[in-house]
Design a protein around this ligand. Structure first.
Ligand code: PLP
Length: 350
């Protein structure tokens, strides 16, 4: 730290991204990416656009915004695009959270970081004993509530009907629904953005669209809320989504069959994997995402994490007392998950 750093930032604890190891031959199951590459049409769209990198990209991301609007059945004025959903979430913390924020004790690790970065007063609401989220705990809060749905790292979702009731009963709360994993088993709240003024749905191309490295996220909300996000974007970086990513995003939305197939494969592999780890003594709740959270009653999470690492398998372990004996394992290909299973079996039978 230099002596020039603003004093308010000296105590900031930045987000720790999952490891992105550059070694070949590792089975990388730690950051919830899709194990399949983007389809050729997406690669071609990005490559063709690369020929024009001398020119600035479209700050309004017109074609992409239109394609997203069409995908969701809304008008383009209800759609915002960002440099990953992390940027969209950052704008929400920066600009829509003055009355304080609330989020779960176990949820996306960026929420507390953004709250600290933007000086938001944060209320942390514990999950239930079974790690489910009881939305009624947030009743009456006139704050901005951040809800990852399905939640990470728990892999559990809140039904849309529950969220709709909450929005009706809490018109003075603003609910930010982070749907990074919705395609793997959640119910999207996008339709609620057309009925309620107090909800923003945030999504990403990083998980179900195989584009984590392209950095593309979006928000769907009322035109007023979208205008607020644009006010922030045009005050920071009007060119936030680069031209290759815009082109890739448009192409991805036209490849519905490919991505539906990928998501189905992941879900099938996931359900097989859950059954298999249970059969070797793990506790593992049914997952509504592309990862599972599991533990073995006889082994410490950190030891299993280290053991897998020794076998060339990288998963996520959280140094948090509530889940310190759990592993969060991204669902890879069927073959990768067979190897994980074999490694877990040998680590837990000595
Ligand atoms: C992965 C993830 C994101 C981040 O997505 P990017 O679009 O890659 O920034 C946001 N929220 C949750 C809950 C995630 O797991």
């Amino acid at each position: 730290m230099s002596r020039f750093l603003n004093s308010r930032l000296q105590a900031l604890a930045p987000y720790t991204p999952g490891e992105q190891p550059q070694m070949q031959n590792l089975i990388k199951l730690n950051t919830n990416e899709l194990p399949y590459p983007p389809p050729p049409a997406v690669v071609q769209a990005a490559t063709a656009q690369a020929q024009r990198l001398n020119l600035y990209n479209d700050p309004e991301a017109t074609a992409l915004t239109q394609a997203l609007a069409q995908e969701f059945g809304v008008v383009p004025a209800c759609v915002f695009t960002g440099n990953g959903s992390d940027e969209v979430l950052a704008f929400c913390f920066q600009g829509l959270s003055e009355r304080g924020v609330a989020f779960a004790d176990l949820t996306y690790g960026f929420y507390p970081v953004f709250a600290q970065l933007y000086g938001c007063d944060a209320t942390v609401v514990p999950l239930e004993k079974d790690l489910s989220l009881n939305l009624s705990r947030y009743n009456g809060m006139q704050k901005t509530i951040y809800l990852a749905n399905p939640n990470a790292p728990t892999a559990l979702a809140v039904p849309r009907a529950t969220i709709e009731t909450f929005l009706q009963q809490n018109p003075d709360a603003l609910l930010i629904v982070d749907e990074a994993y919705v395609k793997f088993g959640g119910e999207s709240c996008v339709p609620l953005t057309q009925k309620y003024q107090n909800v923003v749905v945030v999504g990403t191309f990083s998980k179900a669209y195989a584009m984590a490295g392209a950095r593309l996220g979006y928000a769907v909300a009322s035109p007023e809320l979208i205008a607020d996000l644009n006010r922030l974007k045009y005050s920071l970086n009007p060119y936030n989504v680069n031209s290759m990513t815009q082109a890739a995003g448009v192409a991805a939305l036209a490849e519905r069959a490919y991505f539906t197939g990928c998501v189905q494969k992941v879900c099938t592999t996931r359900d097989n994997f859950v059954a298999s780890v249970r059969a070797i003594g793990f506790e593992c709740a049914a997952s509504q995402t592309n990862f599972v959270l599991c533990r073995h009653p006889g082994f410490a999470g950190q030891a299993l994490f280290a053991g897998l690492r020794q076998s060339g398998i990288v998963v996520r372990w959280f140094n948090n007392p509530r889940i310190e004996n759990y592993l969060r394992i991204t669902i890879g290909t069927e073959e990768e998950m067979q190897q994980v299973l074999a490694a877990l079996r040998s680590l837990t039978t000595q």
